[in-house]
Design a protein around this ligand. Structure first.
Ligand code: SF4
Length: 346
């Protein structure tokens, strides 16, 4: 949309109130419009039924609402839903609804493509095109919440930033989106139900701790041996495990909140006893829990899920060391909605 008009959702509530005062109206009108934009997720100015027609026209003349559009929704046999979401400039990102017996989780994207280049990840092949704006992240959550109510008869219960992109490389916008999601003027969700999953950017983990964020932190670790991690996550060369460890210790000292490690075990890559021992050692630095995630091959390449024996060996060694470990079976495989599979294929 090349109208030259400003996206109204880039304005803060204060700016919106000031705008109305400049127009000779009451500041309170700004509150009403703000509520329509965020709490009621209005798609057009005409949706704002308690605002006069003249005022709606005036808004229309000055602003646009750059709303996302769910271009394509796919439903998996297991209830998982994948949205291909078209942004105002035509770019596409994906988000996923994952239902289980007790919760409904939205997995949302934070960038178009990704700044990083993890070798096992389909998104990495897209390269980073741009960061998502706070409203584009917020809209993905609203769309999934609506689908959750429609298809699963319950509201969304959890959010993970584990879709396309590295959220800490778009930190300010992710934070602004979470502010809106958790605010009573937005969706009013508890930050305890939100997890930001990073591949591990040490200085940003420290910044999150300094900013006293209230949401949870997950780290996609996949290996606690530098050479192995660098071979599958090349940015580890710049941010080695020692720096990551120091940042995680800093996080825990400041927040007193456990970290989740996301971990995939691949055949011939990180499935030996040496890999397991290094991981257990790393887990002892900071209180944590572990999610072992089933891998979904993105092609016939070098990354294949490890054998059950290797997985069992990981699980039993972690448990022997009193580390809480969950195994996450992947969902939505039939629609390429599983972890690491988001690549705008549909
Ligand atoms: S795994 Fe995450 S951080 Fe790594 S390339 Fe994929 S989207 Fe980016």
């Amino acid at each position: 949309m090349a109208s030259g008009k400003k996206d109204i959702r880039a304005l803060t509530k204060e700016q919106l109130r000031d705008f109305f005062v400049e127009q000779g109206d009451k500041a309170f009108r700004g509150n009403q419009v703000y509520e329509w934009l965020w709490q009621k997720a209005a798609h057009t100015f005409d949706d704002m039924t308690n605002i006069s027609k003249e005022t709606r026209q005036m808004l229309e003349d000055n602003f646009v609402i750059n709303h996302i559009k769910v271009d394509n929704m796919q439903r998996s046999k297991d209830g998982t839903i994948k949205n291909a979401v078209r942004l105002h400039d035509g770019l596409i990102v994906e988000s996923v609804l994952i239902p289980t017996a007790t919760r409904t989780t939205a997995c949302v994207s934070s960038q178009v493509g990704c700044s990083l280049d993890c070798k096992f990840c389909a998104t990495a092949r897209l390269k980073r095109m741009r960061n998502l704006n706070p409203d584009e992240i917020y809209d993905q959550v609203v769309a999934i919440d609506n689908e959750s109510r429609l298809y699963h008869n319950r509201p969304l219960s959890n959010i993970v930033f584990m879709g396309m992109g590295e959220p800490l490389m778009n930190y300010n916008n992710v934070l602004k989106a979470i502010d809106k999601i958790t605010s009573d003027e937005g969706l009013g969700m508890s930050p305890k139900r939100i997890t930001v999953s990073t591949s591990g950017v040490p200085k940003m983990i420290k910044k999150m701790a300094d900013d006293a964020v209230k949401f949870n932190l997950a780290v996609s670790l996949h290996s606690a041996i530098d050479e192995v991690r660098t071979s599958i996550m090349p940015f580890n060369e710049t941010f080695p495990l020692e720096d990551l460890r120091e940042a995680l210790e800093y996080w825990y000292a400041k927040t007193k909140r456990k970290i989740s490690y996301e971990y995939v075990v691949w055949k011939g890559i990180n499935d030996t006893q040496k890999d397991i021992d290094a991981f257990v050692k790393f887990c002892k630095y900071v209180p944590c829990k572990v999610n072992i995630i089933e891998y979904n091959p993105i092609d016939d390449g070098e990354f294949q899920q490890a054998t059950n024996d290797a997985l069992e060996q990981y699980i039993s060694t972690l448990e022997k060391n009193r580390i809480v470990v969950n195994v996450r079976r992947s969902r939505g495989k039939d629609i390429d909605a599983a972890c690491g599979q988001l690549a705008n294929k549909s």
